[in-house]
Each structure stands twice: as C-alpha cells, then as structure tokens.
Design a protein around this ligand. Sequence first.
Ligand SMILES: NC(=O)c1ccc[n+]([C@@H]2O[C@H](COP(=O)([O-])OP(=O)(O)OC[C@H]3O[C@@H](n4cnc5c(N)ncnc54)[C@H](OP(=O)(O)O)[C@@H]3O)[C@@H](O)[C@H]2O)c1
Length: 247
Amino acid sequence: MKLSGKVAIVTGGSRGIGMAVATTLAENGANVVITSKEKSRLEKASEKIKNSFSVAGDIRIIDDVQNIVKKTIERFGKIDILVNNAGIFPKVKPLHEITESEWNEVIDVNLTGQFHVTKTVIPYMMKNGGCIVNVSSDAGLKSFENFEADAYTASKAALVMLTKAWAIEYAKYKIRVNCVCPGIVETDMTRPYLATEADRAMADAEHPIGRIGLPKDVANAILYLVSDDSSWITGAILPVDGGAVTR
Ligand SMILES: NC(=O)c1ccc[n+]([C@@H]2O[C@H](COP(=O)([O-])OP(=O)(O)OC[C@H]3O[C@@H](n4cnc5c(N)ncnc54)[C@H](OP(=O)(O)O)[C@@H]3O)[C@@H](O)[C@H]2O)c1
C-alpha cells in the first residue's frame, strides 16, 4: 500500500473533507491521528476510521497543539504527513460590517492555527523528511461576486503563500509542502448554502465540470500529494474544483 508504515496527522478530521482525507490515508496503509475541537464527534469519527487514533484540541491554542503532537509521538514515534485541514467559514457580509472579533476568530483558526500546528510538527519531520498539505480554497486564489468573506479570503490566500515559503525553506530537509484549493464541496460548512434545489443548481453551475465536489474528490488529490507518486512536487498550488477557478 502507498502509505504503509507512515504516520499522518489530519486536523479537522472529525467530519467533512478532513474525515474523508483521514479515511483515504488509513485505507492506503497510514496510521492516522485525527484532531478537532469537539471530543465526542471526534471519537465517533475515529471509531469509523480503521487505524485511527484521536486527540481533541483547539488549534488556536498552542498548548493543545503541543499535546496533540506529544500524544502522536508517544504512540507512533514519528510524524511523516501533516494535513492542515481544520478551518471555519464566517457569515458572509461586506467588509464594513465585519466586527473585529469576527475577523480575529477566522484568522485565529484558519491562519494562526495552521502556524501553530506546522511549527510544532516540522521539527519531527526535519530528521527523516515528510509531506505537508495545506487546505486552502478557490477563495484564496480568486475574488468571487457576492462572496464577501474577507477574513476567510485573506486566511486562505495567506496559506497559498505560506505553502510556497515553507516549501522553499524546508526542501533541504526533504519536507515537501503543497496546497489544495477546493471549490464548493458538500460538507457541514456549505450545507446551509445548498438548502434548496435552486441553490444546488447554482452551485453546480459555478463548476465547469457541472457539479460541486465531494469530500472524496479532495481526499484523492491529497493522497497523491502525500504519496511518493508526487516525490518531485513541492510548492504546488492545486485547484481541486471542477474548473471553477480557471473560468
Ligand atoms: N467545504 C467547502 O466547500 C470548502 C471549500 C474550500 C475549502 N474548504 C476548506 O476545507 C477545510 C475543511 O472544510 P469542511 O468543509 O470539511 O468543514 P467542516 O465540515 O465544517 O469541518 C471543519 C473541521 O475543522 C475543525 N475545526 C474547526 N475549528 C477548529 C479549531 N479551532 N481547532 C480544531 N479543529 C477545528 C472542525 O472540528 P469540530 O468538529 O470540533 O468543530 C471540523 O473537524 C477547511 O479549511 C475549509 O476552509 C472547504
């Protein structure tokens, strides 16, 4: 199997894209540590994913992140793969209506959270190499009409540039860093925007391939980026979006 003997951490592994990623990596032989905030949901997810182990924590809090990494090392002795997937999507509103606390909440999870996790994991990868995949978004690559989610856009665009910076900075340690930018994927995050048939049809039409994505579509791309099939790829920003950003 592609990932036999590998140890992976997937943040936001309790549901949606993260759960599909954790399941796919485990199906390909990896031992997977899933993390997220809500312990009961996380434990239920872990029961469904073979070869998985869960550690709850809030990625905004560095002590929680250090605990997740400590527990992973105690159990498996190393970390080969990190998928920075946890994220939140704010209520869509124009810039002049966004409050300071709404702005900070998104930046704290989607950007500072990824910084906390990556800076804590990287020293364990510096000995034997590793693979990191950041989950950004089409919103980090392009402005969309009627999509005023400025803190989200800023956080996801920052992840795109951090991917390139970390790829260059850590290539000498054989650590590859890549990024996926999903279009609209059906998860708890997007379900409120897909409530009616008309909403769904509009969302499908945003994607030239003619449909929105499934968590598995993103998981398959991430599997490629963390396997040896992509061993000469680092710093890549891969839209996984049925062509939405290319339009
Ligand atoms: N769905 C889309 O259309 C789409 C498109 C582009 C990019 N993305 C990105 O893909 C990633 C996953 O999205 P999704 O749609 O799968 O979302 P989701 O179903 O809402 O799941 C989000 C995950 O992130 C975790 N999380 C949120 N805040 C956290 C925190 N402070 N600390 C630790 N974990 C936290 C959640 O944990 P709890 O269960 O504990 O809340 C959950 O596991 C996000 O980064 C999102 O921005 C999604």
